[in-house]
Design a protein around this ligand. Structure first.
Ligand SMILES: NC(=O)c1ccc[n+]([C@@H]2O[C@H](COP(=O)([O-])OP(=O)(O)OC[C@H]3O[C@@H](n4cnc5c(N)ncnc54)[C@H](O)[C@@H]3O)[C@@H](O)[C@H]2O)c1
Length: 284
């Protein structure tokens, strides 16, 4: 993996202090992969991860030694990344807070509001991030929100960390992060869902599973890159594919007749509502 990260020009070797991760699962691994790939030494990464198998994987993949429980080593951390599930955040915070009072805190947990985190940790130096799994290949999109008292140096430090996984967008009102969670945090799942359906259609039409999946994935990749590079809106790019009375017209008309576009908006709003609920359910 490290060779892959060579494309990005952020150099983590100059990062001043240790970064600690509370929770060493999927999201933590994506960020640790980015940091290690950009040259952050393994000795500058602390992880608290109770699950034996996850600790072994972190050691094998990234050369990082994780601890089963928080302890004195956390005191060296300038930044603590909270990468536990919303359901376990409070419990994890209670155990780790005594060791990281002076750190900058970066939470990736969906829904958990910074008021709750501030109360649990007794600190105002809190930034919330909502990344997504393409971070694993350096193409992540992350939404960021900082509590009002977080200074420019702390914001810049967060940007440097997140830049190892892709791009980021700051929002200036915390509730907007629930929308970011619903759109880009959960978004890769919507894309995979469409790829699955397109692959199924390909198989129904007689293609092999391998052929159908390759065509579907390649089409998403190409269309996303075209939209990314183009100055023109997606609507116009879509119209260019759609000849009047042609094949695409037949497909788009069928999608619109079943209200698929409205359904997609409804689905994303359901994710947004769930993010807010998570904050209510598992916040303070
Ligand atoms: N996976 C995604 O696509 C995604 C995207 C954006 C944000 N997030 C957020 O990231 C967070 C982590 O999600 P994930 O997908 O990495 O989950 P995960 O289950 O892969 O990782 C969470 C890890 O936390 C560990 N853990 C449990 N209790 C702990 C404790 N008390 N102290 C320390 N570690 C503990 C678990 O053993 C597990 O390995 C969640 O809050 C989620 O909302 C996930």
């Amino acid at each position: 993996m490290p060779g892959f990260w060579g494309r990005w020009a952020i150099d983590c070797r100059a990062m001043e202090s240790t970064i600690a991760f509370i929770g060493g699962g999927n999201m933590a691994s994506a960020i640790i992969g980015g940091l290690r790939g950009q040259g952050l030494p393994a000795a500058q990464v602390e992880v608290v991860e109770p699950w034996d198998e996850a600790r072994a994987r972190l050691a094998q993949q990234f050369g990082v030694q994780a601890q089963a429980a928080p302890g004195e080593a956390l005191r060296r951390a300038g930044v603590v990344v909270w990468a536990v599930k919303p359901q376990t955040f409070r419990e994890a915070a209670q155990a780790a807070a005594p060791f990281c009072a002076d750190a900058l805190h970066l939470s990736v947990a969906a829904g958990i509001r910074s008021d709750s985190i501030a109360a649990w940790l007794g600190s105002e130096r809190i930034v919330r991030a909502m990344p997504n799994t393409p971070a694993l290949v350096g193409l992540g999109m992350t939404g960021l929100y900082a509590r009002p008292s977080v200074g420019d140096a702390d914001r810049a430090q967060v940007e440097r960390i997140v830049a190892t996984t892709g791009e980021s967008v700051w929002v200036d009102a915390e509730p907007l992060l629930d929308g970011v969670t619903a759109l880009s945090g959960s978004g890769p799942a919507y894309v995979f869902f469409f790829i699955e359906a397109m692959t199924r259609a390909g198989i129904e039409m007689g293609l092999t599973a391998a052929q159908a999946q390759r065509l579907a994935v390649g089409t998403f990749r190409g269309a996303a890159e075209l939209a990314h590079r183009s100055d023109e809106p997606p609507e116009l790019l879509r119209q260019r594919v759609t000849s009047k009375g042609g094949t695409t017209y037949a497909a788009i008309t069928a999608l619109q007749a079943d209200g698929v576009d409205a359904l997609l908006v409804k689905a994303i709003r359901a994710a947004q509502a769930r993010a807010a609920e998570l904050g209510d359910e598992f916040g303070r």
